[in-house]
Design a protein around this ligand. Structure first.
Ligand code: DGJ
Length: 700
């Protein structure tokens, strides 16, 4: 395992189950050679055949898989870098000038052969998790600025074409709907131009060849960035697939001044021969171990109550206190007041930006509610949306120049709000100070940080050329600066990210936020699809899931409360019902399931996840979690069909020679791991929206 540099020519990265090989070829190009299961020793990769000499019809650089390519110089495929030097030269032709392996990081330096500009490719390996982090740094060592127009974080070459490409075709309340296409020719592009990750696609690539959950080659990469992104998978005519991932190049520019360096966001990538299930397990482990931030990364997340679907904007102190009493009696550990507690916020047309307590709703300030919540043994949390402002707000009236705009255009509104110009340091500082004050004045131990519109008119500091186009990246840099600073000042506060549901789920956000609200759609049937797609990339712990009143949300479906509870227990459980209106029997069921959840929580939040059945026969789902001899299976029947009421499922991740107590709805049985994994378990479900939970525990 580790990094090998062989005869100044071969660069080999090894993780526990993978191998990644690059070569400096005879022309000095850093060529991609191999990525897959361990494939031999250094000598095996010596003297591999190279492409024939230059041929006008088939430029050499288009025919080979490159580790990092630049627009121009015979590249007609999608390239990783596009720049312009002061004299109008618009390509980057390099020599490999340096390389070094330190600890688990390999860096390879490519220097332009005629201009003082260097690109460093960084590869950091995480051996146990089979993950490689890739990043690029570009350095201007000259006296004149360099204009960057595209700088991807990584480029990959995969042998052959006809890969199946998985991403998501989502929208608000319909996030993470899996979509899949075959890449036979041309380019497939997934992108966001919204200034955030967006609901539509996720900044990742997942490419496979007939993979199932358990088998098949899968290549994947996730961008750690919450702004505009672009993922390109190009089936070339030269029998390889050219893959690029990074910040979007649409309306992008960056002026790299003399002496300056720009670092791209990281990409976390991997290969597995074990199908989509192994991809998710490796990613989840990596995310839990390395990306999810302290101090909550290793701690169980609390069961929370959120007021949004119960009271919407009509947040009244007395009513919230009653909700808090009910929530505490159910076993809730954290009480969160959503939108509506501040400024003149009666609805979404006003108040955003005025982060002081609405004295009409809270005549004695927030402390009465906070103290009540605390006296009930719960922590207190609150909703904010710091990057936005309503035109009808004190903040906007005082600082109309603080929003993005083009001077001669009407500013577009989204959800009746404008976006604050976060490239301004005074705006960023205002956000930090305002949030710091809010968190210092009250005992707030949880923040739900929302973002409810995309960015438009990024023009205010623009001169019509480069400066305006830099806003996208500058906005993101300052967004991260603000969150980082607030987190540093309030290290014990738990932060949840949200952007109208799942419009900012990415590994960039994951480094700062402890959990995520994946969708405003809480319909438990739709949620099975959303959660399934989400789980491909992100761990259950990072997925807040609430039970809400029935019928609720966009679908008006009437699934049972027990079905909704089981669905929500697949992630970090939350309750969003109007508890003041529920029947005693319903409250009793919620209380019982919260107590069950608390017992199984370590397995759900820290275990390995197996998608055992994905909507089989259009109606049956089963998902399993395994940790240290304990395992939970949730099974869901969404619709009874043709009288079928028995389902055989094979468990996963157990020890074949271990003995397990299996607690099924009808009673307990004792079985070996081999039996459970090979013969399987029979599950009986019937009717519509039936579900069950199975507990499996290894005998000591
Ligand atoms: C959108 C979020 O997704 C909801 O959960 C809620 O917080 C509203 N915003 C509040 O305005």
């Amino acid at each position: 395992m580790g990094i090998t540099i062989w005869k100044e020519k071969l660069f080999i990265l090894r993780t526990e189950h993978t191998m990644y090989v690059m070569e400096r070829d005879r022309r000095g190009i850093l060529r991609h050679v191999y990525w897959g299961s361990p494939a031999g020793i250094e000598e095996d990769f010596e003297s591999l055949p190279e492409e024939n000499s230059e041929n006008g019809y088939h430029p050499y650089v288009d025919r080979v898989m490159e580790e990092y390519s630049s627009f121009g110089a015979g590249h007609y495929k999608e390239t990783a870098l596009k720049l312009e030097y002061h004299d109008g030269t618009r390509d980057f032709r390099y020599r490999i000038t340096d390389y070094k392996a330190e600890n688990n990081t390999l860096s390879i330096r490519l220097d332009d052969s005629s201009y003082p500009c260097g690109v460093t490719l960084i590869y950091e390996i995480f051996e146990k998790e089979d993950i490689i982090r890739r990043q690029v740094q570009i350095q201007n060592e000259g006296d004149s600025p360099i204009l960057l127009e595209r700088i991807h974080s990584a480029q990959f070459g995969l042998p052959g074409t006809d890969y199946r490409s998985v991403n998501f075709n989502g929208s608000w309340a319909a996030e993470f709907r899996r979509s899949e296409d075959t890449l036979s020719s041309g380019k497939k592009v997934y992108e966001s131009l919204r200034g955030n990750t967006g609901h539509v696609a996720n900044p990742c690539f997942i490419l496979h060849r007939n993979a199932t959950e358990e088998t098949g080659d899968v290549y994947f990469g996730l961008l750690a960035y919450s702004g505009n992104f672009k993922v390109v998978a190009e089936a070339t005519p030269y029998e390889y697939t050219n893959v690029l991932i990074g910040m979007s190049d649409t309306d992008f520019a960056w002026k790299l001044d003399p002496g300056k360096t720009l670092s791209t966001p990281s990409v976390y990538c991997g290969y597995t021969a074990g199908g989509l299930g192994a991809m998710s397990q490796s990613l989840h482990r990596f995310e839990r171990n390395y990306l999810m931030p302290g101090p909550f990364a290793g701690k169980e997340l609390p069961v929370l109550y959120n007021s949004w679907y119960a009271t919407y904007f009509d947040v009244q102190c007395e009513e919230q206190m009653k909700l808090a009493e009910k929530a505490a009696s159910l076993g809730v550990e954290l009480f969160v007041v959503d939108d509506g507690w501040f400024g003149t916020r009666q609805d979404d047309t006003k108040g955003l930006g005025d982060w002081y307590v609405d004295s009409g709703k809270f005549p004695d300030g927030l402390s009465r509610l906070v103290n009540h919540v605390k006296s009930l043994g719960m922590r207190f949390g609150i909703w904010i949306e710091p990057e936005m402002v309503n035109p009808d707000s004190e903040l906007y009236r005082t600082h109309p120049d603080w929003v993005y705009r083009f001077e001669n255009r009407k500013i577009l509104q989204g959800r009746n709000q404008y976006v604050l110009d976060l490239t301004r340091e005074d705006v960023a500082d205002f956000m930090i100070e305002t949030l710091d004050k809010l968190l210092s004045q009250q005992e707030i131990s949880y923040i739900k940080w929302d973002m409810n519109r995309s960015i438009t008119e990024t023009g205010i500091c623009g001169d019509g050329t480069v400066a305006g186009k830099q806003i996208w990246l500058r906005h993101m840099n300052n967004f991260y600066r603000v969150v980082k600073e607030i987190r540093a000042r309030h290290p014990d506060v738990e932060f949840e990210a949200c952007a109208s549901g799942g419009a900012r789920v990415d590994l960039g956000a994951m480094q700062y936020f402890h959990e995520y609200w994946p969708s405003d759609n809480t319909d438990p049937f739709d949620r099975l699809f959303i959660q399934n797609g989400y789980s491909l990339l992100y761990p259950p712990k990072y997925m807040r899931a609430w039970v809400t009143d029935v019928p609720e949300g966009p679908t008006s479906r009437k699934a049972s409360l027990s079905f909704a509870l089981h669905t929500a227990m697949c992630g970090s459980l939350g309750i969003g019902n109007n508890l003041n209106r529920l029947e005693e029997t319903e409250l009793a069921l919620i209380r019982e399931q919260i107590s069950v959840y608390k017992r199984i929580r370590p397995v759900i939040q820290f275990g390995d996840l197996y998608r055992l059945k994905n909507y089989e026969d259009n109606c049956f789902w089963a998902v399993q979690y395994v940790k240290d001899g304990q395992s939970i299976i949730f099974a869901f029947l969404t619709q009874s069909r043709f009288g079928k009421n028995r389902w055989r499922i094979k468990a996963a991740g157990l020890q074949g020679d271990g003995l397990y107590q299996v607690c099924l709805p009808g009673g307990s049985v004792r079985k070996s791991g081999a039996f459970l994994m090979n013969f399987g378990l029979e599950i009986r479900l019937s009717g519509d929206y039936d579900s069950c939970m199975i507990l499996i525990e290894q005998e000591a």
